[in-house]
Design a binder for this molecule. Structure first.
Ligand SMILES: O=C(O)CCC(=O)C(=O)O
Length: 274
């Protein structure tokens, strides 16, 4: 299924519009496993007395917030490594990235919007002149305006500082629409929010895989939230994505490295003086 996808035009869509919707990108089987995992996490949180309401984010308890999904169930690591997601992450923020966070927002009828924000502005001070972050938003249900699909502000990826941000953000925002099993790849500078779920009986589950350039400290310290026995089972690639390699922040290089330009084109070599 992935073979039919034109990655270059999807990446161009993100560069032009700030986002792209990739429909039906996973199998029914993978979608069902992710949906089941979300249900299981909610049950476990309730059983263990972990609050699903995040008072700092949401206006009422109809939004269920699930954090650090990759530490709860390996199906989310599978989503993090999805080849189309990864290709769009790398086309947008380059080859050196980490998974900063992976959360779900399950919006039940009656849920309202959070504050409109840009995810890059949460982790990097202005000016925001290029994308250093990207969200791959997995739609685990059909999402549309009435059930509270994520809303984005068109053109907001061009706002470089807080002074550029207008006051009427919600009025300017537009809802995404996608079927379950799709994702929306949205670069980190796009201002957005959750919609209000005004349906009587529709649940809206979306999971936000948030990738950032690797010099930005991730929002989650994966080594602290993932049980040691699960960490022991991770392969090298998963450890690298989650920032659990032995070394960190060594990818850019600079004057310290003795690598010769050309041998490692991924390293930027600063000229040595004198
Ligand atoms: O749930 C949504 O639609 C948006 C969530 C979001 O932007 C966030 O959690 O930062």
């Amino acid at each position: 299924m992935e073979l039919a996808i034109d990655l270059e035009s999807l990446a161009q869509g993100i560069a032009r519009d700030g986002f792209v919707v990739v429909p039906n990108v996973i199998s029914e089987e993978l979608l069902e496993r992710a949906q089941t995992a979300i249900e299981r996490i909610i049950e476990t949180m309730r059983a263990e007395g972990i609050d699903t309401f995040s008072e700092s984010l949401d206006p009422n308890e109809a939004n269920l917030r699930l954090y650090h999904l990759a530490a709860w169930d390996p199906v989310f690591i599978e989503l993090l490594r999805h080849p189309v997601a990864r290709a769009l992450v790398e086309a947008t923020i380059g080859p050196h990235w980490l998974v900063s966070n992976f959360t779900a927002n399950v919006a039940l009828p009656g849920s309202g919007s959070m504050n409109v924000h840009s995810d890059q502005a949460l982790v990097v001070p202005p000016p925001w002149t290029e994308p250093w972050a990207i969200n791959v938003i997995w739609c685990l249900d059909d999402v549309h305006e009435a059930n509270g699909a994520t809303r984005y502000v068109p053109g907001s990826q061009h706002w470089a500082r807080f002074e550029d941000v207008p006051g009427d953000l919600l009025a300017r925002s537009v809802a995404f629409s996608a079927v379950a099993g799709s994702f929306v790849a949205m670069e980190g500078r796009v201002w957005h929010t959750s919609g209000a779920n005004v349906t009587k009986d529709e649940r809206r589950a979306m999971a936000f895989a948030y990738y950032t350039r690797d010099f930005i400290r991730p929002q989650v310290n994966w080594a602290m939230v993932m049980p040691p026995e699960d960490q022991a089972g991770l392969d090298d690639e998963a450890r690298r994505m989650l920032g659990m390699s032995v070394m960190g922040n060594i990818s850019i290089g600079g004057a310290l490295t003795r690598m010769r330009e050309g041998r490692r084109p991924d390293l930027r070599i600063a000229p040595l003086r004198g």
